[in-house]
Design a protein around this ligand. Sequence first.
Ligand code: UTP
Length: 300
Amino acid sequence: MTEPKRITKAVFPVAGLGTRFLPATKSVPKEIMTLVDRPLIQYAIEEAREAGIEEFIFVTSRGKSALEDYFDESPILEASLKAKGKLDALEALKETNMPSGQIAYIRQHQARGLGHAVWCARRLISPDESFAVILPDDVISAETSCLKQMVDAHQEIGGSMVAAMEVPSKETSSYGILDVNEDMGSLVSVKGMVEKPAAEKAPSNLAVIGRYILTPEVLKNLEKTEEGSGGEIQLTDAIAREIVEGRGVYGYRFQGERFDCGSKAGFLQATVAFALERADLRDELRLFLHERMAMEQAAE
Ligand code: UTP
């Protein structure tokens, strides 16, 4: 088998309506909402960069212009910071600059689901090229970036790959769940995917979360995929078609902690966890949390 080509493109579907965060998301894109002092999208970009991604494709929609502005240079702000000697802030700003030509925006005109959003990027992906998909509202804290772990594994095995995570039985109904063919440790080969099964119908406890490596065939499948549940075009249906057609689909048990920042509880947990990692915030926050918990317990 010839070694698969290294993945260099990533698609970031950011065209969803973000209804769980209304009213905030009426005017602020969910991906611009801030975990400590960086927007969600910044964490996704850093993860992709660490994995060797060189081209960043955003699938956006109406009302997401703040996201496009975020990656632009800001000469007036930069000059002002320089003049005031605020070099740390200047350095932080540099992380957000993307070289021209590395970033592309494509519009999804109607929110017709994740599968449709990925399909909208099809003309920016070559017909012989596998690519990554990152959902920025799944934030993963890991020593080696989750996508890098997957890209390295993909280099060995090829095919399509989804990030997988064990979930408690009572939560299978919130995820796509893998039907495992062979368990090889970090990697599992997959013989089916079931969308949001009840615990008693779930073929395993391995849930799909928002990182994917997809072959160009998946884009072709999306072309043929009918609208599924909720009238949306589901990405999982197009990946499952790969299995039916005899091509490899793998789940990858990544090392790291995942936060569901698409939900309010997950977002708050991530905020606390990331702030506790920060030397400049840890002590003050720990003290606050201790005092607060003591107050809560005293009141019970
Ligand atoms: P979600 O299922 O979290 O939907 O999408 P959402 O619209 O962002 O949020 P809620 O559920 O209304 O609160 C998962 C990912 O897929 C993208 C979203 O932007 C998010 O990154 N997506 C979803 C699209 O790009 N287009 C769509 O039509 C749907």
